[in-house]
Design a binder for this molecule. Structure first.
Ligand code: ARG
Length: 285
């Protein structure tokens, strides 16, 4: 009788990993003043009416969902006249308790940078950096374990990548976005764990696609139809992956990898070109 440990178990490597959620601390901003009054990305049409009450209800459901999953949600007071302030992901980047402020490309959002940074100062965060170069926070700076993937092409200045690397002291890998519908990195790529991502190749330059293949050969690849409904604007806690409910293909692929996808309805915020991840800034201590 062979010992059990000598019995070959074909296919074991293909079994999904056991996924464990790590409690997170998030910052969000209620869409009390949400509206589409200008257009700075192809999703925004100021001619279309926006239902602010519905946006508020959808946002509240997301906040409550985070809390029910055991996460802490802090809120920053929304400011009148800043309709995009609901997209907290753009407000800063936080790693090891250090806060890199955001500096926006468009005048319409400029005032959000100092508004978010003041919140951090008031909360007692000590290591704050006001950026020299344009960076739109976690819209373009995504932390993957002890690395940062950094987008440019539409919003963040590539020089901000080096600035982030100097400030945080972790490697920053620059990626170039080429499709205006996917104007921030977090519209085309989502972080799933410390070493896994999912992304939409067509949103990136040839060279950046090659870099992503090299770094993440096993990444989940999004199809057009999932990317088009903003399926990559997702938030993972290591086990649960919250993403737009219309992204059914990605939900299937995530389930096959052992994740627990949770579809979220944030369709009203999509009129501004935002969804789950855009509404969420992670506060990493
Ligand atoms: N209307 C906003 C803009 O174009 C949407 C920002 C979405 N946020 C994000 N993290 N992708 O700037």
């Amino acid at each position: 009788m062979p010992a059990t440990d000598t019995i070959p178990m074909p296919g074991l490597a293909a079994l999904p990993r056991v996924r464990v959620a790590r409690p997170r601390r998030f910052l969000m901003c209620e869409p009390r003043h949400f509206d589409v009054t200008y257009s700075i990305n192809p999703w925004m049409d100021p001619g279309k009416p926006v239902d602010t009450a519905l946006a508020l209800a959808q946002w509240t459901a997301l906040r409550d969902l985070y809390r029910s999953l055991g996460h802490t949600v802090e809120v920053v007071e929304p400011l009148d006249g800043l309709p995009d302030m609901v997209f907290a992901a753009n407000g800063a980047t936080v790693l090891d308790g250090k806060v890199l402020g955001a500096r926006f490309r468009h005048l319409e959002r400029t005032a959000e940078g100092p508004a978010y940074l003041s919140w951090f100062a008031e909360q007692g965060f000590r290591d704050l950096h006001w950026p020299e170069h344009i960076n739109e926070g976690e819209g373009d700076l995504l932390v993957v374990g002890r690395r940062i993937l950094a987008g440019s092409g539409f919003r963040s200045d590539p020089r901000s990548h080096r600035e982030a690397q100097e400030f945080f002291g972790v490697p920053v890998i620059g990626l170039t976005l080429v499709n205006p519908k996917f104007y921030h990195l977090d519209t085309a790529l989502a972080v799933l764990s410390d070493d896994e991502i999912m992304y939409y190749p067509a949103a990136f330059s040839e060279g950046s696609q090659a870099v992503l293949r090299e770094m993440f050969p096993d990444a989940i690849i999004a199809e057009d139809e999932d990317a088009e409904v903003f399926g990559l604007n997702a938030l993972s806690d290591g086990r649960h992956v919250l993403l737009p409910e219309a992204a059914v293909g990605l939900q299937r692929k995530l389930r096959a990898r052992g994740f627990e996808p949770i579809g979220v309805d944030l369709t009203e915020l999509l009129y501004a070109g935002g969804s789950v991840k855009c509404c969420t800034l992670e506060l990493r201590s």
